[in-house]
Design a binder for this molecule. Sequence first.
Ligand SMILES: NC(=O)C1=CN([C@@H]2O[C@H](COP(=O)(O)OP(=O)(O)OC[C@H]3O[C@@H](n4cnc5c(N)ncnc54)[C@H](OP(=O)(O)O)[C@@H]3O)[C@@H](O)[C@H]2O)C=CC1
Ligand SMILES: CC(=O)C(=O)O
Ligand SMILES: [Mg+2]
Length: 755
Amino acid sequence: MTTQRPSFTDQEALDFHSHPTAGKISMVPTKPMGTQRDLSLAYSPGVAIPVLAIAENPDKAYDYTSKGNLVAVISNGTAILGLGNLGPMASKPVMEGKSVLFKRFADIDSFDVEVDTTDVEDFIRTVRNIGATWGGINLEDISSPACFIIESRLRDELDIPVFHDDQHGTAIIAAAGLINACHITGRQLKDTKVAISGAGAAGLSVAGLIRHLGVKAENILICDTAGVVYEGRTEKMDQFKSAFAVKTAKRTLTEAMDGADVFLGLSVKGAVTKEMVKSMAKNPIIFAMANPDPEITPEEIKSVRSDAIIATGRSDYPNQVNNVLGFPYIFRGALDVRARGINEEMKVACARALAELAREDVPDEVAAAYHGARPSFGREYIIPSPFDPRLISFVPPFVAQAAMDTGVARKPIADMDNYRRSLIRRADPSAAFLQGLQARARETQRRIVFAEGEEPAVVRAAYSFKNQGLGHPILIGREAQVERAMEQMGIPLGSLDIINARLSDKNPVYVDFLYERLQRRGYLKRDVQRLVNQDRNIFGSCMLKNGDADGMVTGVTRNYDAALKDAMLVLDPIAGQALIGMSMVINLGKTIFIADTSVHELPDGPTLANIALEAARAVRALGFTPRVAFLSYSTFGNPMGERGDRVREAVAILDQRTDIDFEYEGDINADVAMNPNHRMVYPFSRLSGPANVLVMPAIHSASIATNLLEAMSRATVIGPMLFGLEKPVQISSLGATVGDIVDLATIAAYDTDNV
Ligand SMILES: NC(=O)C1=CN([C@@H]2O[C@H](COP(=O)(O)OP(=O)(O)OC[C@H]3O[C@@H](n4cnc5c(N)ncnc54)[C@H](OP(=O)(O)O)[C@@H]3O)[C@@H](O)[C@H]2O)C=CC1
Ligand SMILES: CC(=O)C(=O)O
Ligand SMILES: [Mg+2]
């Protein structure tokens, strides 16, 4: 089968599904299974204890098993996408796909279950009998009208959310898109005339939800293979279609679309012609949502109408109206309150939240998904991108609140702000750490210099920093340039402080100070004047030195070393402390720090000792208990060699001191440092647990190790963060994202040297 705008070949689709392992899904244990004790706890005999607890109170399954975060995607393959009844086995790639989308977008664990029966009772019995295993059940691609009976019976018989995604997931996202498309075209839902192609699971449910939102019943004309579903029709009717039959003389989709404001396609490829599109009202709203190929392509629509708002179910056109924006978040909210079901109010809350989010300025992750072309709310962007990282923290709280308000929540959420923060952490493992720094930044309200103030990403970051209440940003740049960037981004003029280095009244003060500092280092006064006028890192550093600002972030346009050299012309390392770059690596819930990733190329023994001291101090200031390992290719002198000597010397230097208040060990190999079992061979080792601060023997090993971890695992890396300078300066990587810049500004505001 070929699609209309293939961005891949059929062979690529097959290869994607077969390499490197067959399928798209796997399972990850949440507990270690490394030792005999682990086995005794996880399996017999330890497992008997939770078994007995659950036997006594089945609700305890939420506490002692994965039930509460586990959703089944269940199908019999009778309506696979718009491809028809191809059976349960053929539906497996779609169901695996839905499961991984649950995990990817909402951190919900999920497995697919394909049931080999088309008999309604048989299907209901099968699902009911395995129902208690799950926290929720997502029914998928089951043809109508069987799907209506199946869903309604299972909802009655099970006390967990049972949700037919093709009905309600689709209805939620179509309704969100419609709310915004009507807003853009100045329509009221109550006056809107809608033609729908498809009177199946998706079509009827969408009709139901938009009716609930205010579209009048008589203004919704639904068509199937026999034409308009009108009052009195007998051909191919059932009770579910009858509920949407209207009094009308119109009999065909062509007639239904004539003069309609909105077309919603939930049927099959090619169901709509250009002529039908031509006959629609001014500024028509056309959602051709059949998958994988829409009822009519956007190219065909555009060839006859330039005023249409167009959406499809596909990701390769603008405006993807696809239930992937609905099911992950409605289940997240429902699971988090242990909802008994998903009701109309929860669906409406979800649709309204999605519509609202589309109207906000988009983050970098979305711009990246659009190859840098940052979309903004309008005809080509009526609903959020599936890659919008805010979805997981924005949408589920509305769903959870609606569940609580309507009495279906078993476990209401007491603190919504806390819940929102926990959702952010689900999506981003570094979030917990950053949230801690943010909380302090909000308290201290530091003045942070954004040195490259004319750069669009920096302007955006400064605005975001301010909007999040993290402190007072100061942009260095020429007002006209900065303000032009602000206007283009829709940032209100006057909302950010801008300082032009050349025109600042502090300019002569900084020149005098810097001239005094540099006059015996080969600089003439005019050189210093030029530096202060032209080099924004120098001017920013002078602001810090003079007490006119508290911290600085830079590096987006200059390489790390150049930016650091600039700052060090003005600022000194703290006396008695090493200047170091340290990266924080978070992987599978574990956090380690790696130093020195950016300053000392090949440190000698005393310098390595100083790096460890500074790293331990900074790590403690960030809220962790440091356990330092001086890493080497050798462990405790084996093999003995020149490269390990410097490391052993550093350990010996610390051994001589009486004021060391943290654990350290070395020379030691990375696996021994990180794995407690390996240390059994070295019972004299002084580390009480796995090392969390890894002092590398040289800058190249630090850099290579950090980059390898990031590339080879799902690790999140923050930094390198710069520590040990007299004022907090953080240097980003070239071309850093807005989010990275805000994070570094927050770290600068945290000022570990003064914690
Ligand atoms: N973008 C999205 O998120 C989603 C898109 N969809 C798409 O919607 C479509 C329908 O899915 P679903 O409701 O689950 O399937 P169903 O099998 O439940 O319903 C299909 C409906 O389409 C009607 N139909 C078939 N051919 C035509 C035609 N030529 N003209 C008019 N109506 C026609 C059928 O008519 P009859 O009743 O007479 O047989 C039936 O009412 C699929 O293409 C699916 O991919 C579904 C869910 C989500
Ligand atoms: C998206 C989806 O669920 C479908 O097309 O069936
Ligand atoms: Mg589907």
